[in-house]
Write a protein that binds this ligand. Structure first.
Ligand code: ARG
Ligand code: ASP
Length: 705
């Protein structure tokens, strides 16, 4: 009897196989996952998720400013994304007098909505597997060079065809390291205006202390509106533009979330590396991450010190500081996660199994050895590349020197003159520049560079300067006192046209930029790119090989800033012994953390007042207001602002982060430890109505209660 039950159970399990929650799936192929999604509670069809024939969920989602996701919530183009995604826009409208970072910003009428230079959003019109067309006329006797020019030529034809007689943008992207190619067609809107943002004490509550952590209480949202011309088509900013009418916008559900509820995240994850070998992971965890963390710690400490001394410096460096610290903290969590989860060792074991299997397959048998050799070769070049970006070009004045110089050079070669561009580079730079921060960082970073980068990877220029000046302090004094870039007024008077290029080349900051970057291009970058190209080629074969070797694994293409779906469930987790984290946080936690003496935890007085009288309106649940929740959705950087949907495709939250113990999910996803963090949509509505008094925006939305 036992045996019968057991074998019945085996049959049952194998026919109703439920997959783990790992994976970022392509919307147009979601048909292949839909039965698994349904088993987990989803109640719509694949056509509801992705269709080219009817309006569907994808039409309510945008790629926001290339690094985030946004979602449409009204018939008048209203869009919600994260506060940190709109941060640079909010900051760019802020001054000491109108400090929207500190006080928040709310347009009470459409005329008050603020346009944003350079911001754009993209809607995906369609995506298509074009592998066969991209590889048309390919044969296996071709060299890799021939293959890649063929891919480029065929892709150009596909893109041209997709953009014929329309105003769309198209791109062909490689998936699985070039085993597959997809065409993506987008509609791009450039008139996107700021509508509302809570003060940072809500939108960035907990600051960098709570960032990448659970439990979390950050009201990380901001509201924008897309504008179009009178035909509802994209147009440059004009006051005659009107709110865009989307094909689809989300219905909001305020019924609340429970542990184990189905959730789905639909957005634009940026980059993952789920299939890299143990050598690559070891390098990240042991060398690259620790070095980059160290260099950023130096910069962050200096910024923090100067920011605490002056409100002006605090505003100037708010956006820069947040973005530097964000990766800095993520790398720390990632490194810990890699070590704690034995990812290198697990990969080694996997590779041992693979090698045994591949031994008698000539096309695969030497793959891992070749990868290993290439990684060994790559290491010193990666190291130098990290130091160039984190210790040399990370100096504001050096980066600025590069921007100005390259813009002038481009202009000198072109017949079209664009003096406005030069002006805007200068304006953007000086608006947020405080030289004492830059100079102190310069000294700290260059000292690390000198100490850690082997001499044969340092440019002659630098070695000569060190001999000449004796120490880095003197070198810094020279750069910052002699460079015209360090003197705003002089530079503005000096740069009128491109005739100043040759003189500018002798400017100390420009000279330093050019010397380091030329040395890098000539001696490091070429080699670095060459090895990486070889790696990608090998990975193309390795990817194909593991798909044959390990048929049980559930493959999805690494994230590459294209639209994806992750699904899973609301779920707490157990980060360490004797601790279980509940999946939902509430206003009670905000009150526990509230502290007027600590900048990141000093909430608006209004929230304290509301808390006293419990005036939560319809956003209340069990006597409090829900704030954030966690789930098992596989997300990455870029998924910020993604809609978090329930089983019927209604919006229940905004994705904005992951938990500390699970940030290694870009390299290896662990179902027990990896959780995405979302803002409960009810907290968004609570802040908008009760704290900001912007109930008119809520009236535009479609809410099911
Ligand atoms: N960690 C989140 C992401 O990667 C949020 C970052 C913004 N918050 C901050 N405190 N820096 O984008
Ligand atoms: N905070 C990230 C973002 O900006 C999301 C993540 O990495 O989980 O996209």
């Amino acid at each position: 009897m036992k045996k019968v039950i057991l074998s019945l159970l085996v049959v049952y399990i194998s026919t109703t196989k439920i997959f783990a929650d790992e994976g970022m799936w392509l919307p147009s192929l979601i048909k292949e996952r839909i039965s698994d999604m349904k088993k987990k509670g989803f109640r719509l069809t694949s056509e509801d998720i992705y269709s080219v024939n009817q309006a569907c969920l994808k039409d309510a989602i945008v790629h926001f400013g290339s690094g985030c996701t946004g979602n449409l919530v009204s018939s008048k183009g209203l869009l919600i994304t994260n506060h940190h995604c709109g941060f640079s826009q909010i900051q760019s409208h802020s001054t000491v007098e109108h400090d929207y970072l500190k006080d928040g910003f709310w347009a009470m009428r459409q005329e008050e909505e603020l346009p944003n230079k350079g911001l754009f959003v993209k809607f995906l019109i369609k995506m298509e597997d074009v592998t066969a067309t991209v590889l048309k006329s390919y044969n296996s006797s071709m060299t890799e060079e021939q293959r890649s020019s063929l891919v480029a030529e065929n892709s150009a034809v596909i893109i041209k065809k997709a953009m014929k007689d329309n105003h769309y943008q198209a791109a062909v992207e490689a998936l699985y390291y070039g085993n597959q190619y997809f065409l993506f067609v987008y509609e791009v809107f450039t008139d996107v205006r700021l509508v509302g943002a809570p003060p940072s004490s809500v939108g960035k509550f907990g600051g960098d202390t709570d960032n990448w952590m659970w439990p979390r209480h950050t009201g990380d949202f901001s509201i924008f509106r897309i504008y179009a011309n009178k035909d509802n088509k994209p147009a440059q900013y004009s006051k005659d533009n009107v709110p865009y009418k989307p094909k689809k916008f989300f219905t909001l559900s305020v019924k609340g979330v429970r542990e184990n509820d189905f959730t789905m995240v639909y957005g634009y994850p940026g980059r993952t590396q789920e299939y890299i070998t143990s050598d690559a992971v070891r390098y990240i965890a042991n060398i690259s991450n620790p070095d980059k963390i160290n260099l950023r710690t130096l910069r962050l400490d200096i910024q923090a010190e100067e920011m605490s001394k002056s409100a002006e410096v605090r505003i100037k460096y708010a956006s820069k500081n947040a973005s530097i610290s964000n990766s800095w903290k993520k790398w720390q969590g990632e490194t810990k996660g890699i070590i704690k989860n034995n990812i290198v060792q697990n990969k080694i074991e996997y590779e041992t199994g693979f090698s045994k299997w591949a031994k008698d397959k000539p096309e695969y048998s030497t793959l891992l050895d070749q990868l290993k050799t290439l990684y060994e070769e790559l290491e010193p070049y990666s190291y130098a590349t990290d130091y160039l970006s984190e210790a040399i070009n990370a100096n504001e004045i050096i980066k600025f020197a590069g921007n100005i110089y390259n813009a002038l050079l481009k202009e000198s070669k072109s017949t079209e003159k664009n003096p406005a561009l030069l002006l805007s580079i200068m304006d953007d730079f000086y608006k947020d520049y405080y030289q004492p921060v830059d100079k102190r960082s310069f000294i700290a970073l260059i000292s690390e560079y000198r100490k850690n980068v082997p001499e044969n990877f340092q440019p002659e220029y630098f070695k000569t300067r060190m001999k000449e000046f004796g120490n880095i302090q003197n070198f810094a004094d020279f750069i910052f006192s002699e460079s015209i870039l360090a003197k705003e007024k002089s530079l503005r008077g000096y740069i009128n046209d491109t005739s100043c290029i040759s003189k500018l080349e002798k400017d100390p900051a420009v000279e330093m930029y050019l010397s380091f970057n030329k040395f890098h291009n000539d001696n490091i970058k070429q080699k670095y790119d060459q090895i990486n190209k070889k790696l990608t080629l090998l990975y193309r074969t390795y990817m194909k090989a593991i798909m044959e070797y390990d048929k049980k694994r559930d493959y999805y293409p690494d994230a590459n800033s294209t639209l994806r779906i992750a699904y899973g469930k609301i779920s707490g987790y157990k980060p360490y012994d004797a601790v279980y984290f509940n999946p939902v946080s509430t206003l009670e936690g905000i009150m526990e953390k509230d502290n007027p003496d600590i900048y990141d935890y000093n909430i608006p007085q209004k929230i304290r007042d509301i808390y006293k009288i419990k005036d939560y309106g319809e956003w209340e649940e069990n006597g409090t207001v829900p704030v954030c929740f966690i789930a098992t959705n596989h997300t990455s950087g870029g998924n910020s602002g993604s809609p978090v949907l329930n089983a019927t495709g209604q919006l229940i939250g905004l994705n904005f982060d992951r938990v500390w113990e699970g940030t290694m999910s870009d390299i290896a996803f662990d179902t027990q430890m990896c959780r995405n963090i979302s803002l409960d949509i009810r907290y968004v509505l609570f802040i908008t109505e009760k704290v900001a008094g912007a109930g008119h925006l809520i009236n535009e939305m479609n809410i099911v209660r």
